[in-house]
Every structure is written in structure tokens, then in C-alpha cells.
Design a protein around this ligand. Structure first.
Ligand SMILES: Nc1nc2c(ncn2[C@@H]2O[C@H](COP(=O)(O)OP(=O)(O)OP(=O)(O)O)[C@@H](O)[C@H]2O)c(=O)[nH]1
Length: 290
């Protein structure tokens, strides 16, 4: 679901997360592994403060594995522990308790030294819309539980979900707003489906995607649509439209008069990208973000 964010919403969302932080030991910051920087809330450091945090690169099954490794190195260089997961299929999810334990080692050791039995670690999942918060909560819970009531401004009784004997999770995630002020981040968010398609023009999003794909994943693009003579980069919008047109022709996205239906072609391209049919792809690299 995409929420329209206004300053009032942001303040409320921030306050709601700050309330939840009082209850927990560790934050699981969920990012989309295909766009780790663009799917990051711009105020997350400020909001989470000194609370121990684990960055989870979700949808890793759709991302370029080499790039995910690069991003993990990047976050580690910033002092943030990172772990790649696929909340849908469950890959990496069972390691979460151990990862959280590693982060809280000193605190746990102090409890043991005092002769106390360490209690389960309490965690909160936070992230922007569509990043996979509910999917991860449901996977950890081992069943579908309702979390949709936790929209900013909607209050709901909170419960703990037990995962094994060592981890407890708040059943309502913290919802953060995505980046708005950076137009390129906006295109990346639209490309992966994190923001609604009617916010940005579909064909513009498709042209943005094509530019990235031609430059980084040209052979996958060629193979998928049987394209010939694909350039190694797209210097301008017209060059991207030309590729979109070739795809439209190859896929029979034609309207009366024999013209290419750009919207239909753009929809097809974005559907293929989001479902992984084009292969595993990451749309931004860490070296460009600092
Ligand atoms: N391929 C893949 N898809 C995923 C993964 N995690 C979540 N999804 C899909 O991403 C979409 C959004 O997941 P949700 O769990 O609803 O995301 P959310 O963060 O709770 O979204 P909001 O309710 O809008 O805040 C769904 O179609 C999920 O099936 C993953 O690791 N891999």
C-alpha cells in the first residue's frame, strides 16, 4: 500500500516509532536490496537514535547478488550490521535471532554475569511501504496475522510474536516514509513498485529503468526481448524511447495504425523487472550514494 505522506503524517509516524522503541532491544531496518539507499528513510538514524540496529536487505532473491555483497560492505563500513534475506521464501530469516544476539552480546553477557537468565530479545521491524514488513512478520509468526491496522494515526493493541525461544517481535511494524526530495530515488521507488505508478509517468519510469538496464544488465535485456544492436548506454530520453519502441514491437504492443503502445510496453517491462523475469537486478550502487 502506498500512503500519501504529509508533514503531519511524518511527525506522527516518527512519534509512533519512538514510542515502540521504548519497548524493544533491537531494530530491524528493512530495505529493498534492489534499491538499498532509495528505500531508506532519510531520518532513520535520528529516529532510531542509539538503539542497536540490524539492516536487513530484503527481496535479496530479486537483487544482483554481487551488488548485495557490495551494499553489505558499504553498510558495515558505516558501522551497521547487515543481513540479506528473502522474506517471501524465508531465506536468511532463521538467522535473525542469532544476528540480533550478536548485536546485543555485551548486554546479554552482563545479564549472565549477574546470574540472570537472558530474556528473549525484543525486536521491531521498520521500513517504508511495500518493502516487505508484513511478509517478514508473517514468516516469523509462521502464520498470517493482521498488521494492516498500524497505519500512522491508527492505534492498535500491540502483541509480541515469539520466534523460537530467543526472539520476540512486535506484531505491528514501524512505517517510515520514503525519500521524496530526490527525483532519481523517486524513479527507483516507482520502478520497484514502492510508490504508486500514478505518482510518476509510467513511460518515464520505464525509460529510467531502461537506462540502468542497458548500462548494467544489457545482455539480460537483449535476451529477454530478442533485441539487436542495443547500445551500451542511453545518452538521452530519445535513445531510451527507441529501446522501449523496439521492445514494444518485439512484444506486439501495437495500437491501431501500427504504432507502439508505450504505456502497455512500459507496464510489461516493469512487470518483468519486478517479478524477476529479467533476472536479478540492483538499480543503484553504493559508490554513487555518498
Ligand atoms: N520476491 C520477494 N518478494 C517479497 C519479499 N518480501 C516481500 N515481498 C513482496 O513484496 C510485496 C510487499 O510486501 P508487504 O509485506 O506487503 O510489504 P509491507 O512493507 O508490509 O507494505 P505496507 O503494508 O505497504 O507497509 C508483496 O507482494 C510481497 O509478496 C521478498 O523477500 N522477495
Amino acid at each position: 500500500m502506498t500512503i500519501q505522506w504529509f508533514p503531519g503524517h511524518m511527525t506522527r509516524a516518527k512519534r509512533q516509532i519512538e514510542e515502540k522503541l521504548k519497548l524493544i532491544d533491537v531494530v530491524f531496518e528493512l530495505l529493498d536490496a534492489r534499491i538499498p539507499q532509495s528505500s531508506r528513510n532519510p531520518m532513520v538514524d535520528e529516529i532510531t537514535g542509539t538503539k542497536p540496529r540490524l539492516v536487513l536487505l530484503n527481496k535479496a532473491d530479486l537483487a544482483d547478488a554481487e551488488q548485495t555483497a557490495e551494499w553489505s560492505r558499504y553498510f558495515r563500513s558505516k558501522g551497521l550490521a547487515t543481513h540479506a534475506i528473502d522474506a517471501n521464501a524465508g531465506a536468511g530469516v532463521k538467522d535473525l535471532a542469532n544476528k540480533a544476539k550478536e548485536l546485543l552480546q555485551e548486554k546479554i553477557q552482563r545479564q549472565i554475569n549477574k546470574g540472570m537468565k537472558p530474556r528473549p530479545i525484543r525486536a521491531l521491524i521498520i521500513g517504508i511501504p511495500n518493502v516487505g514488513k508484513s511478509t517478514l512478520i508473517n514468516r516469523l509468526a509462521g502464520r498470517n496475522i493482521a498488521v494492516t491496522g498500524d497505519r500512522p494515526g491508527v492505534t492498535k493493541g500491540q502483541q509480541w510474536i515469539r520466534f523460537g525461544g530467543e526472539l520476540e517481535l512486535l506484531d505491528t511494524p514501524g512505517i517510515l516514509w520514503p525519500k521524496f526530495d530526490d527525483p532519481v530515488a523517486g524513479f527507483r521507488l516507482a520502478a520497484t513498485g514502492a510508490i504508486k505508478e500514478d505518482v510518476l509517468h509510467l513511460d518515464e519510469v520505464a525509460c529510467f529503468v531502461l537506462k540502468v538496464l542497458v548500462e548494467s544488465y544489457g545482455s539480460a535485456l537483449k535476451d529477454r526481448y530478442g533485441l539487436e544492436g542495443l547500445p551500451s548506454e542511453l545518452p538521452d530520453m530519445q535513445a531510451a524511447i527507441d529501446v522501449l519502441e523496439s521492445i514494444g514491437k518485439r512484444r506486439g504492443c501495437i495500437v491501431s495504425g501500427g504504432h507502439v503502445d508505450y504505456e502497455k510496453t512500459a507496464t510489461l517491462l516493469l512487470r518483468d523487472l519486478r517479478s524477476g523475469k529479467l533476472g536479478r537486478m540492483t538499480l543503484e550502487s553504493p559508490e554513487f550514494t555518498d
